[in-house]
Design a protein around this ligand. Structure first.
Ligand code: ADP
Length: 538
């Protein structure tokens, strides 16, 4: 063995902060405020404020590894917290503002958060959260321009305690930089702690041309909340490459988003399918209204219907399907066509783009069936297991959850998948959502995507409901596009083209809206509760 001659240079977020200001001082950060006006400043302003936050937190008594919670929408101050807290040796703990106050309190308590930084427009929520947890100090970001009420402190006053003389602590790359709890779609929230190293490597991997291709020439918008799996790492990668960043604040509706994309000339945006479904509908209704750049739109968090990729191609907007979890920082797989696939028939190309994709460099994937690693044949189903430098190896403070990890060092995702011979993984379902009918499995994901490909259907979600004879049978909840409606027979006929008869839902329930999780995904648990007393015909 011979030792390398390379320097020992830690991979920390502080490096990204310094590089950004040194090379891209003029890059802009634009945020939508509650009054819908746009707040804008440059990387220089951001850099100074993030470092002031670091210094003032240290003055306030923050020590290495202390958690500072954030309860915020996506905007400049959240970005300051993303970098300022770890710069001081602290850990940014993003709290999900869409959860029930009791759950937020549980999570903050479990994480042992010392301080809280919060948007002023969220103070009513904070007051409810405070019934279940105490923070040493609470700093309020004034997005409305109003000074915070007496019982709270002002974030600006905190920053004003900084002198501007601040040296980064000597951080090791494996120290914690951030933490996030899973949104609890399938169980109690579980905490994941991210290291500086994981965040930096994740930023590199997501910037690759075959992932999201981030460049300093980009204008990026994380529509995905910054409290949801690090805003998919977009703010970190954007800072690393020096891209302009545009934040939607509390306005995530199609009108406001498209207006922002147009005004700020956005070239990359990331969000869950429900966001893009809404945007596609508005574009279809008013195709001429918005003058957009060609935008790369990363979509993940739930499966994307193939028809949606086609719709956006029609508008010269490119949907890029990716897969990830809170536990995987989150980006772990992305579906891009390989060079030799350009000559495939169009339908096949869309099938591939609608899969969840191939693992990004340094993430390894396998599918396991009854403890056997299965072949990549695109047919056999197994549980997806992953490992890599930004995949969590445990949950914070939860020894009992070791069953989520295999003895040979892989993380068990709970997703059921196939992997084809080219390495493209396709999610069949979450283990808990697979429908078992007469001893055979039915994929709810395949059914709902096929339904959403019907021109009159806006949203669809399929669940298994207990059945006296078949164990479970699928029931589809469907939302029609505005002013449209089709019969149950037509929906069934539409599915008959693609699926065998026993896969077809036994009933279609027409809803005004599918219940959503805090991350904007369809919430099957709520749907199951709504339909639990379903009466089957004799
Ligand atoms: P939660 O489990 O609370 O929804 P996450 O946001 O971490 O929290 O969600 C991760 C899960 O989301 C994955 O295990 C998978 O089931 C689902 N998911 C993520 N990306 C995709 C995708 N592109 N297609 C289908 N499902 C996805």
């Amino acid at each position: 063995m011979i030792q390398s001659t390379m320097m020992d240079f830690p991979l920390t977020l502080n490096y990204l902060l310094d590089r950004a200001v040194q090379l891209f001082p003029r890059a802009e950060i634009v945020s939508r405020l509650p009054d819908r006006t746009l707040h804008r400043y440059t990387y220089v302003d951001f850099y100074q404020r993030a470092r002031k936050l670091a210094e003032s937190l240290q003055k306030a008594g923050l020590t290495r590894g202390d958690r500072v919670a954030t309860l915020m929408w996506n905007h400049y101050a959240h970005l300051e917290a993303y970098f300022g807290i770890p710069a001081a040796g602290g850990v940014t703990h993003t709290l999900n503002l869409r959860l029930h106050p009791q759950d937020i309190a549980y999570i903050a308590k479990h994480a042992g958060d010392r301080f809280l930084i919060v948007d002023d427009i969220l103070l009513p929520l904070v007051r409810e959260v405070l019934a279940g947890v105490q923070f040493e100090r609470i700093f309020v970001v004034s997005l409305t321009g109003e000074y915070p009420p007496n019982e709270f402190e002002s974030y600006e006053d905190l920053l004003a305690t900084a002198t501007g003389h601040f040296d980064y602590p000597d951080l090791a790359e494996n120290e914690a930089a951030a933490m996030c709890y899973t949104s609890g779609t399938t169980g109690r929230p579980k905490g994941v702690v991210y290291s500086h190293r994981a965040m930096v490597l994740h930023s590199f991997a997501t910037s690759l041309a075959d992932t999201f291709a981030f460049s300093q020439r980009d204008v990026v918008t994380p529509v995905v909340p910054m409290f949801h799996a690090n805003g998919w790492g977009v703010p970190y990668s954007a800072l690393m490459v020096g891209a302009k960043q545009v934040f939607p604040g509390p306005y995530l509706d199609p009108e406001n988003l498209l207006d922002l994309f147009e005004k700020e000339q956005v070239t990359f945006a990331a969000g869950v399918p429900t966001i893009w479904l809404g945007i596609a509908q508005l574009l279809e209704r008013q195709p001429q209204r918005f003058k957009l750049q060609s935008i790369r739109m990363a979509v993940g968090g739930a499966a994307v219907p193939e028809g949606l990729i086609r719709t956006f191609d029609h508008f010269n907007l490119q949907l890029i399907h990716a897969w990830g979890m809170t536990e995987t920082t989150p980006t772990a797989a992305v579906s891009r066509l390989k060079r030799h696939m350009d000559t495939l028939p169009e339908d096949e190309r869309y099938h591939i783009r609608a899969k969840q994709g191939v693992a990004v460099p340094f993430v390894e994937m396998r599918a396991v069936n009854e403890e056997e690693v299965i072949l990549w044949d695109g047919k056999k189903m197994g549980e997806l297991q992953v490992r890599g430098p930004w995949i969590t190896g445990s949950y914070y403070g939860e020894e009992a959850l070791q069953k989520n990890f295999t003895t040979d060092g892989w993380f068990r995702t709970g997703d059921v998948v196939t992997i084809d011979s080219e390495g493209y993984m396709k999610i069949v379902d979450r283990t808990k959502d697979l429908i078992k009918s007469g001893g055979e499995w039915i994929s709810s994901v395949d059914l709902e995507n096929a339904l959403m490909d019907h021109p009159d259907v806006a949203e669809a979600s399929v669940i298994g409901v207990a059945h006296p004879k078949w164990q479970e049978r699928p029931i589809a909840a469907v939302v029609f596009k505005e002013g449209r409606q089709v019969s149950e027979e037509e929906l069934r006929a539409h599915l008959t083209e693609r699926f065998s008869k026993w896969w077809l839902p036994d009933a279609f329930v027409i809803l005004a809206e599918i219940p959503r999780t805090s991350a904007g995904k369809f919430y099957k648990k709520a749907l199951r509760e709504q339909l639990q007393d379903w009466q089957w015909d004799e």
